[in-house]
Design a protein around this ligand. Structure first.
Ligand code: PRP
Length: 216
């Protein structure tokens, strides 16, 4: 296991599209792997090993070098400000991070604005860039409920189809960032395992180049 490139796969909404992308790149993970309780499993060729992890943990493992590489959304990457290489934008998991608020209600100005989000650091940076100080309420999910229940005035969250916002009577106030999944690589692994890491980058680059924006 030591010398194979160890790659983190994000559990959750990116998992299936991530596996599909790897398949298109010729990296075949045995079907049983996804459903088994094994925490580390190889691809069919035996060149790589994969570890499914919660997305929020992936940059931590890859920055430390415990894991060589990973697939993770740029939302999580920006939030954690991890010091890793980002050699490939995988063009999957594409969505927008937005500031959104209940339709028909005026937003309080400046310091009294309460913003609920899973992304406190990104939100803080965003408002600092506008020279505004806001009160950030850190939540872990279902963020859209916070303004409806009166915990916050607005949210910073991901929008894909827009359905969640619509069904909860909210609208986009402003775009904060474009989000997509990235391949990230540990800086030392890039040098120490450069043969296999470069092979991985080429495989993924080729798929993204041949199917631009199709694997969403
Ligand atoms: C994400 C995001 C929004 C929703 C947006 O939540 O946080 O709530 O999806 O998708 P839509 O624009 O297509 O409706 P997720 O399903 O990951 O769960 P969470 O709310 O628990 O974070």
């Amino acid at each position: 296991m030591k010398n194979r490139v160890l790659i983190a796969l994000p559990k959750g909404r990116l998992y299936e599209t991530g596996m599909e992308l790897l398949g298109k790149a010729g990296i075949i993970i045995p079907p049983a792997a996804g459903g088994s309780r094994k925490l580390v499993f190889p691809d069919e060729e035996g060149r790589y090993e994969f570890v499914p992890l919660k997305p929020i943990d992936i940059p931590v493992y890859v920055e430390s070098g415990t894991i060589d590489a990973g697939i993770v959304g740029s939302d999580v990457l920006r939030e954690l400000e991890a010091d890793v290489y980002e050699p490939v934008d995988l063009a999957i998991g594409i969505c927008r991070m937005v500031l959104a608020a209940p339709s028909g209600a005026a937003l309080p100005r400046g310091g009294s604005l309460r913003v609920a989000t899973k992304y406190p650091r990104t939100t803080e940076r965003y408002f600092r860039g506008k020279q505004l100080h806001v009160h950030i309420v850190k939540l872990d999910g279902s963020v859209e409920i916070a303004p409806l229940l009166g915990l916050a005035d607005a949210i910073v969250d991901l929008v894909e189809t827009g359905r969640t916002l619509r069904e909860n009577g909210m609208h986009v106030v402003e775009d904060v960032a474009r989000v997509s999944a990235k391949l990230i690589v540990n800086r030392t692994a890039m040098k120490m395992k450069s043969g296999d890491v470069r092979h991985l980058i080429t495989q993924l680059d080729t798929v993204v180049y041949e199917n631009p924006g199709q694997q969403n």
